[in-house]
Design a protein around this ligand. Structure first.
Ligand SMILES: Cc1ncc(COP(=O)(O)O)c(C=O)c1O
Length: 452
C-alpha cells in the first residue's frame, strides 16, 4: 500500500499543494464527502470526451463520469453549444420558459410511468419531494427504504445507508440507523428498513406497516451499495405487493435512468407510481426531476384550492433544461445499445480476469453500470456487499488511478457514449497489471478469496 500511495503522491504534487490550501478554507479540504479519498484526491483541470486531465498534467480515462451523470462524457460539443447559446440569452428567471415544456414532453414520452413532471436541482430534492408527494397522496407517514439504499442527503434518506452489521438486527427486521449525528431521532420511526432482494421478508414488512405506510422507495438496481441488480421478478413482486396493500411504489432512477430509453422501468418492465430522476437529466448541470401519473402529480397544480407547494430559486432554469434536452437528443436507441454492450464486455473481461488469477471476487452490474467486490459471497444485498475487503478496494483503486483509469473508490464504473472497445481494452489492461501487483496481498488480507 505504501508503495502505491507514494507513487500516487509523486504523480500529484500540484494537487497535494492545492489540497493543503483547501484545508485552510474547507473542512478537511473537502466539499463533497463521496469524492474524498486518502491521501487526497487529484484536482481536475479539464475534461474532454472520456478523458480527464489533472493539475499535474496526468490524464485518465474517466470510468466514473461524475458518478454516472455525464453519459456523453465531458463537454460534448452539442451540449456545450446549447448551454453557451442559452447563457447568452437568459440564465435563470422568475418565470416559465418554453424549454420546460419541451423538456417535460421529452421525459413523459420516454418514461412509461411519467405523465407530468416537476423540475428541481438535485436528486436529493427529487427523492425528498417524491416522499412528500406520496405522503400527501396517501395520507400516511411511513416509508419503507432498503438497507444500503442511497437516495441523497435529506433526513429520511440518511437512514441505514452504511449501518454497522453488528448494530443492525437480524435480516428479517433490519434496524433503522441514522447515518450520522444531526439526524433527529424522530425520523427513525417513519423510515422502516427492508433487505433488498428478500421477497418474503419485504412482504412481511409491508403487511406489518401497511396502515401507516405511504410508499416503498427503491433503486431498481442498488447504486451506492455496489450496483446490485434485482433478482428475477423481485421488482414485479414489489409492484404487486404494493398495489395489493395500498402503498405507492417510488423508483429512484437517479442512476438507473441510463439503462434504456425508458430507464429501469422500461428495462425491467415494472411501472412505479412516482419516479425520482437526476444526474444525466441536466447535461452536466445540477438537476432533479420528479415524475408520475397525472392523478398523483396534479397535487402540485396551483389551480387547486389545496395544493402542494414546491418552489426553488433555480427550479427549471433554462441552462439546465437546454443541457438536458441536448443530452436526450443524443440518446437514441443505438446509444443505449452501445453503452450496455460495452458495459457487458467490461463486466465479462473483469470476471475472466478474476478467474485467470484464481480469485473468487465478484463483479455485479446491469447495462453500462458495474461494480467489483472483494468477497467470495454472492452479492445480492447490502449485507453481502459489505463483506468486501476494504483495504483491497483502496489498493486496487489507487493502483488503477496511478495507471490512468478513474473509477469510484468503491470500485464502481460506468460507460459514456464517447467510449469504444479501445477504452474497455485499456481498462482491462490496467486492471490486469494492478491485479498482478496486489495478488500476493490478497493471499494475506483475504485468503478466502484465493481459489483452492
Ligand atoms: C440513487 C440516487 N438517488 C439520489 C441521489 C442524490 O442525488 P444528488 O447527489 O443529485 O442530490 C443519488 C446521488 O448519487 C443517487 O445515486
Amino acid at each position: 500500500m505504501t508503495e502505491v500511495k507514494n507513487e500516487y503522491i509523486h504523480r500529484t504534487q500540484k494537487s497535494q499543494k492545492m489540497y493543503q490550501l483547501a484545508k485552510i478554507f474547507l473542512p478537511g479540504g473537502d466539499a463533497r464527502t463521496v469524492t474524498f479519498f486518502e491521501p487526497y484526491p487529484a484536482f481536475i483541470v479539464k475534461g474532454k470526451g472520456y478523458q480527464l486531465y489533472d493539475a499535474d498534467g496526468n490524464n485518465y480515462i474517466d470510468f466514473l463520469n461524475n458518478y454516472t451523470s455525464l453519459i456523453h462524457g465531458h463537454c460534448h460539443p452539442k451540449i456545450i453549444k446549447a448551454i453557451k447559446e442559452q447563457l447568452e440569452s437568459i440564465q435563470a428567471i422568475h418565470a416559465p420558459t418554453e424549454y420546460q415544456v419541451k423538456f417535460a414532453e421529452m421525459i413523459s414520452e420516454r418514461f412509461p410511468s411519467v405523465d407530468k413532471i416537476r423540475i428541481m436541482n438535485s436528486g436529493t430534492e427529487a427523492t425528498m419531494n417524491a416522499i412528500r408527494l406520496a405522503r400527501a397522496y396517501t395520507g400516511k407517514d411511513k416509508i419503507l427504504k432498503a438497507e444500503g439504499g442511497y437516495h441523497g442527503t435529506h433526513n429520511n434518506a440518511q437512514i441505514s445507508i452504511h449501518p454497522h452489521l453488528e448494530d443492525s438486527n437480524p435480516l428479517n427486521h433490519p434496524k433503522s440507523i441514522p447515518e450520522s449525528k444531526g439526524i433527529p431521532k424522530s425520523t427513525l420511526k417513519d423510515v422502516v428498513i427492508f433487505p433488498f432482494n428478500h421477497q418474503q421478508i419485504t412482504e412481511n414488512l409491508i403487511k406489518e406497516h401497511k396502515k401507516e405506510l405511504a410508499a416503498v422507495i427503491i433503486e431498481p438496481v442498488m447504486g451506492a451499495a455496489g450496483i446490485i441488480p434485482p433478482k428475477d421478478d423481485y421488482l414485479k413482486f414489489l409492484r404487486e405487493i404494493t398495489n395489493e396493500n395500498d402503498v405507492l411504489l417510488i423508483f429512484d432512477e437517479v442512476i438507473t435512468a441510463r439503462l434504456s430509453r425508458g430507464g429501469a422501468q422500461q428495462y425491467f418492465n415494472v411501472i412505479p407510481d412516482i419516479t425520482a430522476f437526476g444526474k444525466l437529466f441536466g447535461g452536466g448541470t445540477p438537476v432533479g426531476v420528479l415524475g408520475g401519473r397525472d392523478e398523483i402529480m396534479m397535487l402540485y397544480s396551483p389551480e387547486r384550492t389545496e395544493f402542494l407547494s414546491q418552489s426553488g430559486t433555480f427550479n427549471a432554469n433554462p441552462v439546465t433544461l437546454v443541457g438536458g434536452i441536448a443530452t436526450f437528443e443524443l440518446l437514441n436507441d443505438s446509444a443505449y445499445t452501445q453503452l450496455n454492450s460495452l458495459g457487458n464486455s467490461l463486466k465479462d473481461g473483469i470476471s475472466d480476469t478474476f478467474k485467470e488469477f484464481g480469485i473468487n471476487a465478484q463483479v455485479t452490474g446491469e447495462g453500462s453500470l458495474l461494480n467489483m467486490h472483494f468477497t467470495e459471497k454472492d452479492v445480492i444485498d447490502y449485507r453481502s456487499a459489505s463483506t468486501s475487503n476494504v483495504e483491497l478496494c483502496s489498493l486496487l483503486y489507487l493502483s488503477m488511478l496511478n495507471h490512468g483509469i478513474w473509477i469510484a473508490p468503491r470500485l464502481m464504473s460506468c460507460i459514456s457514449t464517447p467510449m469504444s472497445k479501445k477504452e474497455i481494452e485499456a481498462f482491462l489492461e490496467v486492471f490486469r497489471a494492478s491485479f498482478s501487483l496486489i495478488k500476493p496481498l490478497i493471499r494475506k488480507l483475504a485468503p478466502s478469496l484465493v481459489a483452492k
